[in-house]
Design a binder for this molecule. Sequence first.
Ligand code: ADP
Ligand code: MG
Length: 614
Amino acid sequence: MAPPLPPPTDSTPLLHGEFGSYPAHGPRFALTLMPQALHIQRLRPKPEARPRGGLVPLAEVSGCCTLRSCSPSDSAAYLSIYTYPRGRRGGRRRATRTFRADGAATYEENRAEAQRWATALTCLLRGLPLPGDREITPELLPRAPRLLLFVNPFGGRGLAWQWCKNHVLPMISEAGLSFNLIHTERQNHARELVQGLSLREWDGIVTLSGDGLLYEVLNGLLDRPDWEEAMKMPVGILPCGSGNALAGAVNQHGGFEQALGLDLLLNCSLLLCHSGRRPLDLLSVTLASGTRCFSFLAVAWGFVSDVDIQSERFRALGSARFTLGTVLGLATLHTYHGRFSYLPADVESASPGPNPGLPRAKSELTLAPGPAPPLAHSPLHRSVSDLPLPLPQYPLVSPGSPEPLPILSLNGGGPEVAGEWGGAGDAPLSPDPLLPSPPREALSPMAKGPPEMLTSSGFPPPTLDVPVANSTCGPPDHLLPPLGSPLPPGWVTLEGDFVLILAISPSHLGADMVAVPHARFDDGLVHLCWVRSGVSRATLLRIFLAMERGSHFDVGCPQMGYAAARAFRLEPLTPRGVLTVDGEQVEYGPLQAQIHPGLGTLLTGPPGEPTREP
Ligand code: ADP
Ligand code: MG
């Protein structure tokens, strides 16, 4: 077998051909498939002077399928491409483009041509190499990746299920991904379920909620005796919560403009359809009681954790809860006395050992973050479709057409690509995902709709001062001495009054809060940010407003500090306060943490340059 083609450049034409449209008497087009885009040029009635919608970025394509006409006399085959372009107001709208392969005399030949295009397009979407020598046929595509989706019906404004049903499921069905869906019924439900999961049944676990549900899933995987194997399971996040920080970072990594709400969800769903993954750094956090948990997002003390927990009562506002909380928090600004120590990233990691004096920082480090490292391209995740759920039937109608349209069947029974990929309605359900340990009833079939609790009780109040469930497995923290023992040489200690201390792994603290613009999922760093007392309310507000663009380091606030670290210890010396790990409140008291580079695997979609949107 000859090697695959060398990687094509962005403008390399991979396929070129002439197609008609649906209905048949419509215009004719020349299509050119390139690695990053599909170029559509109208040939007849006449070439457009200024073609509109002529270049479809593949970043906006969820998937495609082939169809045939129900009319036996129609020898053409059809290729439907599902796109999500942005409308005039910026929001994405679904648009299907259907093309007619009619260059050959027989249906079989036309079908082979439509399948060739659909296969090539799917390979591009999924990062699969196109063969150099062989015909492009559906057999090139491996089986569909199987995703386990967890939906928290209470996430954010309680729209998770509605958004899932109306937007996510149709899109991932178009992409030909196979999935099972579970409604979480209570806090820690997802955590328990992943502990009993048969890992080989799944290619990824995706949460539809805020950051809290993914936190549960990751900690559940790390609770398993086989945690090393379990951590290879890619996890993904589809933002349906009020705190969607990781999704904000995924969105930025994918090259999309900052987005909120449904726009962010559609962007992240598109990225999920395209596959692609990155290692995800996780922070192992040890609390005063000895309890250990794993954080993918942030440990916060002071202003940030106060706002997060106090704004719980405004969760009906969605992400706006943090804006309101920030304004209210400014009115009652507190300072907290504490000691904050860290192992700077550029210090060779010394094993912790007995150390007499507590090293103190000579002068406080208030470094401006360095330039962002170049984005590394990761290989894309291989995938195909053996869709278990019916694709929504979108009527193919042309309002202006006087003649009755032939009805197209979606891979319907005919020898189309249904069996291998492309989204058939009658493919079998994925196998039962769970081992016997969690009861079978724990699975809510996706047709069932949200649990009744949704309309009745609203969201349960946040549990205060409840320690997070202990993670007994997971890698050892080789950089940390026991909490309470002196720190090894090379650590820096700051002591004083703080307005906030934040230790964050990814770039985003919220979907529109770029706390550390240069942070990467796998930079092996925990980014420490703090603001000391003495800051004015006006400056603090400026910092949080500037965070939307990630320009808060330019505010020039002398009380603000930053350091890149591999481990830290936080010792609150003020008797009362709120500590959060990934937005969830944990026991108050000293804690310490170390970063575990690339311990998790995150479904991110392919990396994109910020220019990928037209
Ligand atoms: P949000 O960003 O809206 O807070 P999260 O994903 O952070 O969304 O979820 C909030 C909390 O809800 C998490 O602690 C999660 O464990 C919990 N949770 C998940 N499913 C349920 C459920 N069915 N009922 C109550 N709480 C739940
Ligand atoms: Mg949350």
